[in-house]
Write a protein that binds this ligand. Structure first.
Ligand code: ACM
Length: 630
């Protein structure tokens, strides 16, 4: 054997060994990690040492350990089992930490409390899953593997957005969402507070925004196939956050090192605003109703073409609109300490602006050539207001259309092109492309999930690289997942849609690019299912459901294909409408689906046991998904 070949084999073997040795299930994957040999067991009496500046973190740890392990926990500088140190280490940055677990116990070092907090999240992940329960666990062996970790995030913006307009989520729900984010080291909570379906933030100067704008009739059913509200119908569904609620949520998020970005979505998506104050629209006499999920727009939002049957936009030619926005942003700026306020800007239907004599007069006066320039004029006016409150404006990528100025930042949602364009114009960007990071999209087989717009497998989410080619990477603030709630009625389902895809977004946002590894990641995700079970968090198990596709072959026949999202699944199916098991046909290659088949039924097994959902895919759906072979 040639020496070079031998060397390659040896390198391969040692790489395999290291990978195996380092198979600790930490999500997101740390920057650098060396596993030792041995385990540390929490003593019967746990001593914590921490500087007084880290009291908040050491109290958090002590509380958790007392509740769940039942151990006595006390504070001392003398031979601590858990030693927290604030250091001055430029390499760790403001959020990084080092963690050592050895025979002496657990040592976490960081430049400040954020790093200590993240170090503690990692320790929690290394402990048995039972640590996530809030009840005493007497039969757990509280051991952790020896390990040495240096960890810090790739991006300073690791975000999740929650839409609380389409469905309302209580303050407690929002805090649950924040708890779930913190476990995976997210640090930006984008709160989508206003939309056509409800205005959710108390504005003292404009009380009708919440007395009227927060309420609509209750509906069940599929979004866009819902009966429109009648004028005299009781408006029983909705809710809003008082300013005291908002302060509580902001403080709660801060205690978990999460900054809150409020979104006031204007000028479009403003039907709740216009229902409260109809003279803010170009149709002041229209009998607006807060939308209940009934269709009132023609959507082609991704391509920027949307029209509305009535004006759900603010009138850009009305000075009273800017006066009211000044009042709103005065109160919003006082409630949210974060440097950015998100002012939306997406999917603004301009067809009613076009018809307005006042808007036409504005165009003439300001020399605006088209409706994009009118929107750009509106954004500039809003930017001035927001800047006057000491804040910077952020908006969806539509705010680029017609020109964008100053220190406005762009959140790229229609794929990545808005982010690229914004960065080329020297604006900061947050990447939240719908084709990778939209957690409202169904995540498994369409016929088994609630259908919303389109599907998005976790594998695709995980494959996302947030820094596009050809731009200055320092302009990319980070990465974000967006959870729109049209079809999400409660927090349990919000969790189902968010997890485990949120873990994929977390790893992309935190871990070095070269540390990403789909196979290792999915192994870790399965371990984290146990942690989420212990924490009482709902999650989807769609990774066990095969990806079923069809194709028409050259003879025009329908062929079925199946593939596991993760490795190691055995996929069984029937074409005779019988429930399949592991004695049914095992998928090995594309198979013919004869014309008379009623449905394809599928189940995946692993190690001889069923693991996926039963899928029952009607012929109509199989035909619809067929791609043609020419
Ligand atoms: C969006 O998804 N309309 C920002």
């Amino acid at each position: 054997m040639k020496p070079i070949k031998l060397l390659l084999i040896l390198v391969g073997l040692s790489a395999a060994f290291i990978t195996k040795a380092q198979n600790l299930s930490i999500i997101p994957e740390p920057y650098q990690m060396t596993k030792g040999s041995g385990n540390y067991t929490l003593p019967k009496t746990i001593a914590i040492n921490a500087p007084s500046s880290a009291n908040a973190i050491s109290d958090l740890m002590a509380g958790k350990l007392r509740t769940t392990t039942g151990r006595v926990v006390y504070f001392t500088k003398n031979k601590p089992s858990i030693d927290l140190q604030v250091v001055n280490d430029a390499n760790l940055g403001s959020e990084g930490y080092s963690l050592d677990i050895n025979e002496k116990g657990i040592q976490i070092k960081a430049n400040g409390n954020a790093g200590l907090f993240y170090g503690w999240q990692t320790v929690m992940q290394l402990l048995p899953a039972a640590i996530y329960t809030n009840a005493l666990q007497v039969n757990t062996n509280w051991t952790l593997p020896y390990v040495s970790i240096i960890d810090k995030p790739r991006f300073g913006w690791r975000g999740m957005m929650l839409d609380v307009s389409r469905h309302f989520f209580s303050k407690a729900d929002v805090m649950t969402f924040i708890d779930d984010m913190a476990r995976y080291k997210f640090n930006r909570f984008h709160w989508h507070l206003t939309d056509d379906q409800g205005w959710r933030i108390e504005i003292k100067a404009l009380p009708r925004l919440t007395t009227v704008g927060a309420w609509r009739p209750e509906r069940k059913g599929k979004w866009a196939n819902i009966t429109a509200p009648a004028n005299d119908e009781p408006k029983t569904y909705g809710g809003f956050y008082t300013q005291e609620d908002i302060k509580e949520v902001v403080a709660y998020a801060k205690s978990k090192f999460i900054e809150v970005i409020p979104e006031i979505d204007i000028p479009g998506h403003s039907l709740a605003f216009n229902t409260a104050y109809p003279n803010m629209s170009t149709m002041p006499n229209y009998p607006f109703q807060v939308n209940a999920g009934n269709e009132f727009m023609d959507w082609d939002g991704l391509n920027g073409h949307v029209t509305a049957q009535f004006d759900n936009s603010l009138d850009p030619s009305n000075e009273e609109v800017y006066n009211n926005l000044d009042k709103i942003f005065t109160e919003v700026a006082a409630l949210f300490p974060f440097e950015y306020i998100h002012t939306g800007g997406d999917e603004n239907a301009k067809n009613n602006w076009e018809k307005s004599a006042n808007v036409q007069a504005l165009m003439k006066k300001e020399g605006l050539k088209n409706q994009n320039e009118v929107q750009s004029y509106f954004v500039r006016r809003v930017q001035k207001i927001v800047n006057n409150k000491g804040k910077k404006l952020m908006g969806w990528d539509e705010i680029l259309e017609g020109g964008l100025s100053g220190d406005a930042a762009v959140m790229s949602w229609r794929g990545v092109k808005g982010g690229i364009e914004a960065a080329k114009q020297n604006h900061k960007v947050v990447m939240s492309p719908n084709d990778y990071n939209y957690t409202d999209f169904y995540q498994g087989e369409i016929t088994a999930e609630g259908k919303v717009y389109r599907g998005l497998r976790m594998k695709t989410t995980y494959s996302y690289e947030p820094i596009p080619e050809g731009i200055d990477p320092s302009l990319v603030l980070g990465n974000q997942a967006n959870l729109w709630s049209e079809q999400i009625f409660d927090m349990r389902y919000a969790q189902y849609m968010t997890w485990p895809r949120g873990m994929a977004v977390a790893e992309t946002s935190w871990s070095p690019k070269e540390k990403k590894d789909w196979k290792r990641f999915t192994n870790k995700v399965e371990k984290h299912f146990e942690k989420l079970d212990a924490a009482g968090v709902r999650y989807a198990k769609s990774i066990y459901d095969p990806i079923v596709t069809t194709q028409q072959n050259t003879k025009g026949e329908l062929m079925g294909m199946m593939e596991g999202e993760i490795e190691g699944l055995d996929i069984y199916y029937t074409l005779n409408d019988q429930m399949p098991d592991n004695y049914s046909s095992k998928y090995t290659a594309p198979f013919l689906i004869p014309e008379d088949v009623f449905s394809l039924r599928v189940i995946s097994y692993r190690d001889g046991k069923p693991i996926g959902k039963y899928l029952n895919i009607p012929m109509e759906s199989l035909k619809k998904r067929a791609t043609k072979v020419l």
